[in-house]
Design a binder for this molecule. Structure first.
Ligand code: COA
Length: 172
């Protein structure tokens, strides 16, 4: 299997959006996907892009059943820890089922690691679903520690309605 890992380009938008939706389906969360190719284009390709995206592209003769050469992606962005400084957050890592077990996921993370070093990050962080044992095993092989268990952390989110309510006194 020959493939290259590279930063995404504008012509990859549709293929990446399809993979984002496949990944959401795996999490039974397709109804929660509100991004569109246009939103990803506006956020991902402007000068101060919100995130970076790496893609795996196979040779034309190895295209997927749907005819796409983009078969995997990895999203990341910079975040900051007051204790550790810069952190690269890995938002998503997804390889299409027929291309798994061929080193593509590891290669994407290896390239993300180069991005992390280039941006002077001290950690790569990500969220992995507790039910997803294959992913847990995959990440453990690459050296990931489960800090939720080690540090007794809870992942919390203030969602839009509550953000608005919370901001009201501050905007009066
Ligand atoms: C998890 C995932 C990204 C791994 O990508 P991949 O291209 O299949 O992984 P690789 O071929 O690079 O495998 C790297 C190592 O992990 C192991 N591995 C990969 N998938 C595995 C699985 N399902 N179960 C156990 N080990 C696995 C491989 O055996 C390999 O180990 P080795 O180097 O000792 O042989 C891919 O299976 C995937 O997209 N899964 C669905 C989405 C997902 O779970 N994403 C991560 C959580 S957000």
């Amino acid at each position: 299997m020959s493939y290259i890992i590279r930063p995404w380009a504008l012509e990859d938008l549709k293929a990446v959006m399809r993979l984002v939706r496949e990944s959401a389906s795996l999490h039974k969360a397709l109804d929660q996907v509100k991004t569109t190719p246009e939103i990803l284009r506006d956020e991902g390709f402007r000068k101060d892009a919100t995130f970076g995206c790496l893609v795996a592209e196979v040779s034309p003769e190895q295209r997927s059943k749907e005819g796409d050469a983009i078969v995997a992606y990895q999203f990341h962005y910079l975040t900051y820890c007051t204790w550790d400084g810069r952190i690269l957050f890995g938002e998503d890592l997804y390889v299409q089922p027929e291309f798994r077990g061929k080193g593509i996921g590891s290669s994407l993370l290896a390239t993300a690691a180069k991005v992390a070093l280039a941006k002077r990050c001290s950690q790569i962080r990500f969220i992995s679903a507790a039910w997803n044992q294959p992913a847990t095993d995959f990440y453990a092989k690459l050296g990931a520690l489960n800090v939720t268990i080690r540090n007794s952390w809870n992942l919390c989110s203030i969602e839009e309605e509550h953000i608005r309510r919370l901001a009201e006194p501050a905007t009066e």
